[in-house]
Ligand binder design. Structure first.
Ligand code: MN
Length: 256
């Protein structure tokens, strides 16, 4: 039986007229995410932002969690004042996801976090976020590519002794670090990894591109968008398959 993977979702992007958005009270989740989960062998279960008190009951029906992309985390959640380059904030989604992630980490639920998801994972576990990469000057990499979403544009260097490396390559054991070209649609990044988390991939300008937990079975965050690449890229498919395999193992083990 397919394991059930919860997918976070939120309010629509800012370029839609706000009067339409507020009047219609719409939930938004790009199809790329749930299609990738289905292709990898899971049942995608879309989670709206609920009251934080609902996390335990929501998680009880799930075998894994996919934290999707979206707007910027409110910097108040990591103890900073908003900088001028800070973007759109979705307070309802922030509150729900922080509670959901903390509850998921507590029960060691398999978790893959993409872009905003990786930042929220880090914040929920006590880390910080660079509010706007655009403030940096000098020899920096373009992290908001103008190329198509499926097209990888910049290199990341991946630690050889990481869950990320094993999942991407499908090979066990440790190896040499390797480089991979990924897509890039972000203006924020993980600054200080949360306690118990490691940075496992960096771009050429030092920007964090992946984190993972040392203390959990399968808790992984990537700053790029594998959901936009999986149809053409084996490594991207492996990320979703890795999540679904971990969710399947957990379900089979009756560890709920
Ligand atoms: Mn990037």
């Amino acid at each position: 039986m397919r394991p059930r993977v919860g997918l976070t979702a939120g309010s629509p992007p800012a370029h839609l007229p706000s009067v339409l958005v507020e009047a219609a009270d719409i939930l938004v989740l790009p199809g790329a995410y749930w299609r990738a989960v289905w292709d990898a062998g899971g049942v995608p279960m879309i989670l709206p932002p609920l009251p934080a008190s609902g996390t335990a009951e929501a998680l009880a029906g799930l075998d894994g969690l996919l934290l999707t992309g979206g707007p910027d985390p409110d910097p108040a959640h990591f103890g900073e004042e908003p900088r001028p380059g800070n973007g759109r904030i979705d307070p309802e989604r922030d509150g729900w996801e922080l509670a959901l992630i903390r509850a998921a980490l507590e029960v060691d639920l398999p978790l893959l976090a993409v872009c905003r998801g990786m930042q929220m994972l880090n914040v929920a576990a006590g880390g910080t976020v660079v509010q706007d990469l655009g403030e940096r000057t000098g020899d920096v990499v373009k992290h908001r590519q103008a190329a198509p979403r499926w097209y990888p544009t910049h290199l990341v260097s991946i630690h050889g002794a990481s869950l990320l490396r094993r999942i991407l390559t499908g090979l066990e054991g440790d190896s040499e670090p390797f480089t991979l070209r990924v897509n890039s649609f972000h203006h924020q990044a993980v600054a200080e990894p949360a306690p118990g988390f490691l940075t496992t991939a960096v771009a050429a300008d030092g920007v964090s591109e992946a984190i993972e937990s040392d203390a959990h079975s399968f808790v992984l965050g990537v700053q790029w968008h594998p959901e936009a690449m999986w149809r053409r890229d084996e490594g991207s498919r492996n990320l979703f398959r890795g999540l679904v395999a971990a969710a399947h193992a957990r379900r089979a083990g009756g560890m709920r």
